[in-house]
Design a protein around this ligand. Structure first.
Ligand code: COA
Ligand code: AMP
Length: 637
C-alpha cells in the first residue's frame, strides 16, 4: 500500500486548524469548543478553547453506551504473581465509578490533586480514570522511586489524597510501598488528608488510623452497592494530570497534560500511527508511572475502544525470555510497544529466539520501540525473529505522543535504520545551530519544534509558567527546544543522536545526573562530584559517579563508595541503577571551573576525544583514565 503520509502531513501544513477540527470529531464533547487554537492563552497558546468534555467518559462510558459493554477493556496479566483478570468495559465502568464515588465521599472534586504511587495492578488504572471522571488531577509517581523523590513530588503538587498499594513485586523480592510512602510524607512539608491503600496478599501494610483506608475493602462494598458518580464536565484546557520528569537539577518538572488536546491527539494516533482498530488488543509493555504508560497503557487504547494489556513483569526472568511471546499469544495482541532495552534483554538471554517456538504469534502485526534510540542491531534482530515491521519512534514526556515515527496506519514508509522516520502532523521540525540559525540538510544541530506545539503536548509546567518558558522557549524564540540533538536528511527523515543537556537514559528511563550529584554531595566525606552516563550494552546508559573526597577523610574509599551507592538507591530509588562510584583526586575542569563531563564520558566509553582548548590541567584526564582502567572500564586517548 502506498503511504498517505505525505498528503496527510501536507494537509496539516496547509491548514492546521482544519486538520485538528477533523481529528476532534473522534471525541465526544459535552459542549463544543469555540476556538480550535487560541494563541493568546498560556505561554504559547491553548487548544480547543471553550470546549467541555470528560476524559473518563470518552475512555469508558461511551463504549458501554455504544455497543462495547462486554468487550475486554483491560487485560491484567501478572507474570510475578500469576494473577490474571480481564475487565470488560462494563466492569471497568463499575470499578472506576466506585472508586470515583469513594474519592468524592472524602472530598475529592474537580481540580483536586491526587497522587498515585502504585505498582502495575488494575487499581492503578482505576484510580487514574476515577480522577479523570471527577475532573480531579492525578499525578502518578513510578514505584521504583524512593522516598525523597516521592517527597519532592508531594511538596510540588500538594495532593489532598494519595492512592497506593501495600507492595510491588519485583523478581525475587517484595517491595514494601507503605514504609516508603510514610517516610516521604514525613519528609514533605505538605501532608495529604488521607491515603487509600490497596492491600496485596504478598504483604499486608500497617494502616495509620484516621489517615489510611483499606482500598480493597472499601471497593468491595462500593461495587456491591453499585456506587458511582457522573462524569464531571471539565474545560478542554483543564489539567487531566501532572507527570514529573527529570530536569537538569534534582527538582523534577511537572509536565501538565490537558483534557481536550490530549484526547484528540491520542485518538488520532491509535488509528493513523499505530494502525489499530477498535476492539483489537494493544500492549504497551511499560509502566503506568511513565508517560508511555499514561498514554498507551491507559488513555489511548481506551479512547479508541481497544483492549489494553496491563503487564506486571519483566521481559526476562519472569520466568524466562519467552514472557513477551506468551502474553502476545495468550491475549491475541496485535501490536506491542516497548523500549529497545527490553528487546536487548531478550536477545541477550535467548539470542536464537528458541523461546518463540513455544508460542503462536500469528496475530502480531507490528512492534513499536521508543524511550531511547533503537539501535539497528536490535531492530534487525527483532524484525528477523518476529517477521513484522519494527518501528522506532521518538517522543518525550513533554509531548505525550510521538513527534516522529513511521505511521503504519497511513501506510508504512521505507525504514532507514537509525532514523525515527518522519514528523507527525502538528510537528514542524527544524534543526538550528547554537545561535538559532537553521543548519543544512544532513547537518547536526539542536532539534526544535516550531510553535505552537500540537494538541497533546504540554501547555506549561505545573505552577511554573516562567520555568516552562525558560527551560523550553527562551533559547530559540518561536520554537520549543527538545534538548535532543540530531539531523534531518534529504528525505525529511529525522535522526535523533543525543541529549544536549545532562539527562541520561537508563533502560528507557529518563534520569537527571544533576539530581544524583545532589545526593552524592550530601555525603559528609564528598568534596565534589560529577555523574555521567556511560554506554551499556543492555540498558543503553548507566550512571557513573566520580567523587573527590574531602581532605583528612579516614574511612577507606571502598567503604565510602559503597555508602554512596546505597545513598542514591535510598534517595533516588533502585530505578537509577547507580552501582558505580569511583574516587579520584581531582575532576577535569575548564579554566572557568566547569567540569568537563562530555570529555569524561568519552574517556569512559573508550571513544576518541579532542583535548578541550579551555582545559585547566590536561594531566587530570590521565588520572581519570587510570582510575577507570583499574575498574576494568574502557579508556582511550
Ligand atoms: N518498584 C520497585 N522497584 C523497581 C520498580 C518498581 N516499580 N521497577 C524497577 N525497580 C527496581 C528493580 O527491581 C531493580 O532493582 P535492583 O537494582 O535491586 O535489581 C532496579 O529498579 C532497576 O530496574 P530495571 O530498570 O527494571 O532493571 P532490571 O535490571 O530489573 O531489568 C530490563 C532490566 C531491561 C529487563 C528492564 O529495565 C526493562 O524491562 N525495561 C523496559 C523498559 C521500560 O519499560 N521503559 C519504559 C519506557 S517505554
Ligand atoms: P522521556 O521523557 O522519558 O520519554 O524521555 C525522552 C527522551 O528520550 C528524548 O528526549 C530522547 O532523548 C530519548 N528518546 C525517546 N525516544 C527516542 C527515540 N526513538 N530515539 C532517540 N531518542 C529517544
Amino acid at each position: 500500500m502506498t503511504s498517505r503520509y505525505q498528503d496527510v502531513y501536507d494537509g496539516w501544513k496547509d491548514n492546521g486548524e482544519a486538520f485538528w477540527d477533523e481529528a476532534a470529531k473522534g471525541i465526544d464533547w459535552f459542549t463544543p469548543y469555540t476556538k480550535t487554537f487560541d494563541g493568546s492563552l498560556g505561554p504559547y497558546g491553548r487548544w480547543f478553547v471553550g470546549g467541555e468534555c470528560n476524559t473518563c467518559y470518552n475512555c469508558v462510558d461511551r463504549h458501554v453506551e455504544h455497543g462495547r459493554p462486554g468487550q475486554p477493556a483491560i487485560i491484567y496479566d501478572s507474570a510475578v504473581t500469576g494473577g490474571k483478570r480481564t475487565y470488560t468495559y462494563l466492569e471497568l465502568q463499575e470499578q472506576v465509578g466506585a472508586m470515583a464515588a469513594l474519592l468524592r465521599e472524602k472530598g475529592v472534586e474537580k481540580g483536586t490533586m491526587v497522587l498515585i504511587y502504585m505498582p502495575m495492578i488494575p487499581q492503578a488504572t482505576f484510580a487514574m480514570l476515577a480522577c479523570a471522571r471527577l475532573g480531579a488531577i492525578h499525578s502518578v509517581v513510578f514505584g521504583g522511586f524512593a522516598s525523597q523523590e516521592l517527597a519532592v513530588r508531594i511538596d510540588d503538587c500538594q495532593p489532598k489524597a494519595i492512592v497506593t498499594a501495600s507492595c510491588g513485586v519485583e523478581p525475587g523480592r517484595v517491595v514494601e510501598y507503605k514504609p516508603l510512602l510514610d517516610k516521604a510524607i514525613e519528609l514533605s512539608s505538605h501532608k495529604p488528608d488521607f491515603c487509600f491503600v490497596q492491600q496485596r496478599e504478598q504483604h499486608l501494610a500497617e494502616l495509620i488510623e484516621g489517615r489510611d483506608y483499606d482500598l480493597g475493602a472499601l471497593m468491595d462494598v462500593a461495587v456491591t452497592e453499585k456506587m458511582t458518580t457522573e462524569c464531571v464536565a471539565v474545560s478542554a484546557t483543564d489539567p487531566l494530570y501532572v507527570l514529573y520528569t527529570s530536569g537538569t537539577t534534582g527538582q523534577p518538572k511537572g509536565v501538565v497534560r490537558d483534557n481536550g488536546g490530549h484526547m484528540v491527539a491520542l485518538k488520532w494516533s491509535m488509528e493513523n500511527l499505530y494502525g489499530i482498530d477498535p476492539g483489537e488488543v494493544f500492549w504497551a509493555a511499560s509502566d503506568v508511572g511513565w508517560v508511555v504508560g499514561h498514554s498507551y497503557i491507559v488513555y489511548a487504547p481506551l479512547l479508541h475502544g481497544a483492549a489494553t494489556v496491563l503487564y506486571e513483569g519483566k521481559p526476562v526472568g519472569t520466568p524466562d525470555a519467552g514472557a513477551f511471546w506468551r502474553v502476545i499469544s495468550e491475549h491475541a495482541v496485535v501490536s506491542l510497544f516497548t523500549a529497545p532495552t527490553a528487546f536487548r534483554a531478550i536477545k541477550k538471554e535467548d539470542p536464537e529466539g528458541t523461546e518463540l517456538t513455544k508460542y503462536s504469534l500469528g496475530g502480531l502485526r507490528s512492534l513499536f520501540l521508543a524511550g531511547e534510540r533503537a539501535d539497528p542491531d536490535t531492530i534487525l534482530w527483532a524484525e528477523n525473529l518476529l517477521g513484522v515491521p519494527v518501528i522506532d519512534h521518538w517522543w518525550q514526556t513533554e509531548t505525550g505522543w510521538c513527534i516522529a515515527g513511521n505511521p503504519l496506519g497511513l501506510g508504512k514508509l521505507p525504514v532507514k535504520l537509525g532514523s525515527s522516520t518522519v514528523p507527525m502532523p502538528g510537528y514542524d521540525m527544524r534543526v538550528l545551530d547554537d545561535e538559532g540559525n537553521g543548519v543544512g540538510t544532513g547537518e547536526l544541530g539542536n532539534i526544535v519544534i516550531k510553535l505552537p506545539m500540537p494538541p497533546g503536548c504540554l501547555p506549561t509546567l505545573w505552577n511554573a509558567d516562567e520555568r516552562f518558558k525558560e527551560a523550553y522557549l527562551a533559547e530559540f524564540p518561536g520554537y520549543y527546544k527538545t534538548a535532543d540533538a540530531g539531523m534531518i536528511d534529504e528525505d525529511g527523515y529525522l535522526f535523533i543522536m543525543s541529549r544536549t543537556d545532562d539527562i541520561i537514559n537508563v533502560a528507557g528511563h529518563r534520569l537527571s545526573t544533576g539530581g544524583m550529584e545532589e545526593v552524592l554531595s550530601e555525603h559528609p566525606d564528598v568534596a565534589e562530584c560529577a555523574v555521567i552516563g556511560i554506554a551499556d550494552n543492555l540498558k543503553g546508559q548507566l550512571p557513573c559517579g566520580f567523587v573527590v573526597l574531602k581532605s583528612g577523610v579516614t574511612k577507606s574509599t571502598e567503604v565510602i563508595e559503597k555508602e554512596l551507592v546505597m545513598l542514591v538507591r535510598d534517595k533516588v530509588g533502585p530505578v537509577a541503577a547507580f552501582k558505580l562510584a569511583i574516587t579520584v583526586d581531582r575532576l577535569p575542569k575548564t579554566r572557568s571551573g566547569k567540569i568537563l563531563r562530555a570529555t569524561m564520558r568519552k574517556i569512559v566509553d573508550g571513544q576518541e576525544f579532542r583535548m578541550p582548548a579551555t582545559i585547566d590541567d590536561p594531566a587530570i584526564l590521565d588520572e581519570i583514565a587510570e582510575a577507570i582502567s583499574v575498574r576494568g572500564l574502557a579508556s582511550a586517548s
